[in-house]
Design a protein around this ligand. Structure first.
Ligand code: BGC
Length: 520
């Protein structure tokens, strides 16, 4: 019931935004202009591990699968994430929030680090939890609505330790009900302490990135190669952990923290990016793209909206399947109040290796990066293709299937080396994607808010401190880690101040083509 009410409330909000005076319809004399709805949420996000690092105020380090991964020498740059970008420290997060507020932001997303708060199974560290209470209070004091992520890839070592001699991974067996109990206990510990400070909850961030990089490619912990069983078990456990957390949050948090009439709203931050065939005329590639599109983008969201779990991954829900877990689970139905979407760029699937078609269930793998299929296409330094049209296509895909209002929980690109003065490529990306979002809203797609990834540069997982996603860069050469304003901060501040985008604002940032676009 609660689920339905929350969702209906959001639809009402979205409808009001679409039809009201600030409703975003193009001005009749200027079809180019987009206007964002009044009350639209603008801001940024980060992840606790990426910005706070493993730093512990009393000494020692946070014991997680990721701090172990660093110790195992797996970070490409060799960087040690000892203190992230010093965001654990009050003076730093307060100054960062001051900058965000001065730029007009009204929302901020961050995680509560499970490994920091529950260092031993069942033992919670109240002082570390108080740190997060203080941090979210500081955000709220500056007018920032907060969104909290409960799981952003980092697992306490008692639940996952990739060190080969330990090789512990509670996610890799399904069903692992004790792990669901653990995550629910963590959720039940966190939620009442943040009730009144937080209205938007994200249970899991991008489960499929863990699948792809952790279980199939061995780049992230647990460091497995083509471990299909581990991969599907991870996803299935996540679905049930999400369901448990959804119910616990709604049971424990009925405070309306931001005064918009709606208390807790729960979702995931899902990595939704269209999967396209490398060669659109090749039937194997088409099949690979279709199948991967389903696996990466839809399977889990189908499970947590309809309760139907396609455990054999064949693309068809069939409760008579030989797979004993393929079934309808009422406890998963309707456990997404909004669609949290992380969009970066499209991906491409290959359906064959040389003359040999890739067979089930690996159709479409491996996913390719732009340097492996067409380096002439616009892309960032991490070889991620850039396509604002892909953003619109992704919104359409999810809207047509689920009819859930969106919260863009991440969108961004590395500032990269293409840009003299560190400006054009990323600012153009940013402006184009926000513009496309505005158009989608005008076409009737409800969107609650938009989070640019990220407020500052951060520790970019296995890439270390190299990549630069921040609105504010960091001078790592100076131990004080000063923040340096970039053009990305200007784009967001300008759009917020104008309440939308007109031709002049668009042209200020958008070039004829991306600097990395080598096509004629
Ligand atoms: C992740 C972030 C990461 C970003 C940029 C997203 O997939 O959720 O943690 O920093 O991508 O690579």
């Amino acid at each position: 019931m609660l689920r339905r009410l929350a969702t209906i409330g959001l639809f009402a909000l979205a409808a009001a935004c679409n039809n009201g005076s600030g409703g975003g319809a193009p001005a009749p004399d200027d079809p180019f202009t987009v206007t964002f709805p009044a009350g639209f949420l603008w801001g940024t996000g980060n992840a606790a591990y990426q910005s706070e690092g493993n730093y512990k105020p009393g000494g020692g380090r946070v014991l997680s699968n990721w701090s172990r991964w660093e110790e195992m020498g797996k970070i490409h740059s060799g960087d040690d994430n000892d203190r992230g970008v010093r965001f654990y420290e009050k003076a730093y997060y307060e100054a960062d929030f001051d900058r965000a507020a001065a730029d007009g932001h009204n929302v901020f997303r961050m995680g509560v680090e499970w490994a920091r708060v529950e260092p031993e199974r069942g033992v919670f560290d109240d002082a570390e939890m108080q740190h997060y209470v203080d941090l979210f209070q500081a955000a709220k004091d500056r007018g920032l609505t907060t969104m909290v992520t409960l799981y952003h890839w980092v697992t306490p070592r008692w639940a996952a330790d990739p060190l080969p001699s330990v090789n512990r991974d509670l996610f890799a067996t399904f069903p692992n009900e004790p792990l669901w109990d653990d995550f629910e206990a963590f959720t039940r510990y966190v939620v009442p302490r943040l009730e009144g400070l937080v209205d938007y909850w994200v249970t899991f961030n991008e489960p499929f990135t863990v699948v792809a990089l952790g279980y199939l490619l061995g780049e992230h912990p647990p460091g497995k190669l083509l471990d299909l069983t581990g991969a599907i078990n991870f996803v299935l456990n996540v679905a049930f952990m999400h369901g448990r957390a959804y119910d616990a949050i709604h049971e424990l948090d009925d405070a309306d923290a931001d005064g918009d009439g709606e208390p807790a709203l729960v979702s995931m931050a899902h990595h939704g990016n269209r999967v396209l065939p490398v060669d659109p005329s090749n039937a194997d590639d088409q099949r690979g793209a279709r199948h991967l599109e389903y696996l990466l983008n839809l399977l889990l969201i189908d499970a947590v909206t309809t309760g139907n779990v396609d455990a054999d991954l064949d693309g068809v829900f069939n409760p008579d399947s030989a797979n004993p877990y393929e079934d309808h689970y009422p406890e998963l139905v309707g456990t997404m109040d909004y669609m949290g979407l992380n969009y970066y760029g499209p991906m491409r699937a290959l359906g064959h290796l040389g003359p040999f078609p890739i067979g089930a269930p690996l159709y479409g793998l491996p996913l390719l990066m732009v340097d492996q299929y067409d380096p002439d296409l616009p892309h960032n330094v991490l070889n991620r293709e850039i396509s604002a049209q892909g953003f619109r296509d992704t919104l359409d895909l999810y809207w047509d299937r689920y009819r859930l209002p969106f919260f863009i929980t991440e969108n961004g690109t590395d500032r990269g080396v293409y840009q003299p003065g560190n400006r054009e490529q990323a600012t153009m990306y940013h402006m184009e994607h926000i513009y496309v979002l505005g158009r989608a809203i005008e076409d009737g797609i409800p969107v609650i808010g938009y989070l640019k990834w990220s407020l500052t540069d951060n520790f970019e997982w296995v890439e270390g401190f190299g990549p630069t996603f921040g609105l504010y860069g960091i001078d790592y050469g100076d131990p004080a880690l000063p923040r340096i304003r970039t053009g990305n901060a200007d784009v967001l501040a300008d759009v917020i101040a104008a309440g939308g985008i007109d031709r002049a604002l668009y042209d200020r940032y958008v070039l004829e083509k991306y600097p990395s676009d080598a096509r004629e």
